[in-house]
Design a protein around this ligand. Structure first.
Ligand code: SF4
Length: 253
């Protein structure tokens, strides 16, 4: 996850405890080093932060649920209570993970107006800098999720008036293979967001031309591709517009 991750959202962090995936580039690492309360909250075993959970309320808001830890890693046992709370309030909800299998486990339980966001930084092996599920696992699970959303919607087995949308976040973007764009397009995500390493972690990054070709391919094939400021900080010459719109409330059919 990343700081100021998305515009137009209210971030809530009901999950406490350490993150299973230990990404070297996680923005929380610096916060944990510098602030004892953050260190305390995001260390140790998974547990609910009841005060944070109760911040989910009202209506008409867009909540990003879980920016400080991946709720579908060690914290996955907290999800039934979190989802139950979300379902009581008529808001948009963004859930984010690197473990797309976690989404699959709870698929019919997500509230209306949900955005299921999966981070896919690259299609190359990253096991030296993160222990999150590898690209192929994320890819295959997402393929299944898209199919199951369709089945649950058509059969009426899930209580959605607006079915979940799938988002892929390529952030921090890292060196990828020549097949990356093609594979992402195959997943047909509703939204794609691209950002770069904001913390100067010396990651293996693609060249300017590679990023440009990727963006061109994705924008030609997919409806909503949005570029974060972090991408322009890293590649200032990119000839595209920055992300400014409130994309979360764009409903699907
Ligand atoms: S999965 Fe997200 S929250 Fe967890 S370590 Fe990686 S970047 Fe940080």
């Amino acid at each position: 996850m990343g700081k100021l991750m998305y515009p137009y959202v209210t971030t809530v962090n009901p999950g406490s405890g350490s993150c299973e995936y230990q990404c070297e580039f996680c923005y929380m690492n610096e916060l944990k080093r510098n602030f004892s309360d953050v260190r305390k909250k995001y260390s140790g075993v998974a547990r609910m932060d009841d005060k944070a959970l109760k911040k989910i309320c009202g209506s008409g808001k867009v909540y990003f649920v879980g920016s400080g830890v991946d709720l579908f890693g060690y914290q996955i046992s907290l999800m039934p209570e979190i989802l139950e709370r979300c379902c009581q309030y008529d808001n948009y909800y963004i859930f984010h993970t690197k473990n797309s299998y976690g989404f699959d486990r709870f698929l019919s339980k997500f509230p209306d107006k949900t955005i299921l966001a999966v981070t896919i930084e690259s299609d190359e092996d990253m096991n030296l800098i993160s222990v999150a599920p590898e690209f192929l696992v994320r890819f295959l699970c997402l393929t299944g999720i898209k199919r199951r959303i369709k089945n649950l919607t058509n059969s009426g087995a899930a209580n959605w008036t607006i079915k979940p949308r799938v988002m892929i976040t390529i952030e921090p973007i890292m060196k990828f293979t020549a097949r990356f764009a093609e594979q992402l397009i195959e997943l047909a995500p509703d939204i794609v967001v691209i950002g770069a390493d904001s913390g100067k972690h010396d990651l293996p990054e693609p060249s300017f031309e590679e990023v440009r070709e990727l963006i061109d391919a994705l924008t030609a094939a997919l409806p909503y591709v949005r570029l974060k400021d972090t991408l322009f900080d890293r590649y200032p010459e990119l000839p595209y517009e920055r992300w400014t719109d409130d994309i979360w409330r764009i409903n699907n059919e």
